[in-house]
Design a protein around this ligand. Structure first.
Ligand code: SF4
Ligand code: FES
Length: 249
């Protein structure tokens, strides 16, 4: 396959960016999208030119490191799929694709398709953990948890922190990410002692980082590679309301 690519090039956070045209030749339908970019970058190296910067680590859809817009869609056109798991068989010979970084003020562009997502780390640091001293490792079944509850908590914990939800939201809200992290701990007994202080701290950090409010557009759920449902946002809002009533902040 041959593809025409329009790729956002930006030398650094303060530099002006622009779309530049590239041709990707000899692309196998079995390659992943990132392998296709590897081929383009190998060509740039041979020409002595600056390679296209993009993030990746596991390339198996589990780490959340990769992510950019393909024709305006976070992670590209396949639902429930990270861009590292997107395959070139999804596209046709001669297609023209536009690649851009996440567009959100709390995610400043570092270079080309790479953005700074440390705002997510700071939301987690604000409360996305349990600090109870639990001593040595417990037997797995020492605290009995109903299967439907464990399943819900696991579904929320599946969030890989990629940031696609923010990129898709017209408000640049990180409500889906934050609510997934709030939910998986709030649902389990181990997370119960700090559940109210946790949700308040995480929501306050979310707002302080400059993410917008959720207005129930549902774009986040539609593009989330882990298919995290927006029912998590409703749960976070209920947790926050209860926290206001319980701790009165
Ligand atoms: S909620 Fe989904 S889209 Fe948002 S950071 Fe988590 S995995 Fe990515
Ligand atoms: S590189 Fe890890 S999820 Fe894509």
């Amino acid at each position: 396959m041959k593809l025409n690519l329009k790729i956002w090039r930006q030398a650094g956070p303060a530099a002006a960016g622009r779309l530049e045209n590239y041709a990707a030749h000899d692309i196998s339908a079995d390659m992943s999208f990132l392998e296709m970019l590897d081929v383009v970058n190998e060509g740039l190296v041979r020409q002595g030119k600056d390679t296209i910067a993009f993030d990746s680590d596991c390339r198996e859809g589990i780490c959340g490191t990769c992510g950019f817009l393909v024709d305006g869609i976070p992670h590209g056109p396949d639902p429930g799929t990270t861009v590292c798991q997107l395959h070139m068989r999804r596209f046709k010979d001669g297609d023209t694709l536009t690649l851009e970084p996440w567009r959100a003020r709390p995610f400043p562009v570092l270079k080309d398709l790479v953005v700074d997502r440390s705002a997510f780390d700071r939301i987690i640091q604000a409360g996305g953990y349990t600090s109870a001293n639990v001593g040595g490792a417990q037997d797995a079944n020492a605290i009995l948890i109903a299967k439907p509850v464990a399943d819900q908590a696991m579904d929320s914990a599946a969030c890989i922190g990629c940031g696609a939800c923010v990129a898709a939201c017209k408000n640049a809200s990180a409500a889906l990410f934050t609510s997934a992290k709030v939910s998986h701990l709030a649902l389990l007994p181990q997370g119960a002692p700090e559940r109210y202080s946790r949700v308040v701290k995480m929501v306050e950090r979310h707002d302080a980082e400059g993410f917008g409010s959720c207005s129930n557009e549902g774009e986040c759920e539609a593009v989330c590679p882990k298919e995290i449902p927006i029912t998590n946002i409703a749960r976070m809002n209920r947790e926050y309301l209860k926290a206001m009533l319980v701790i009165g902040e």
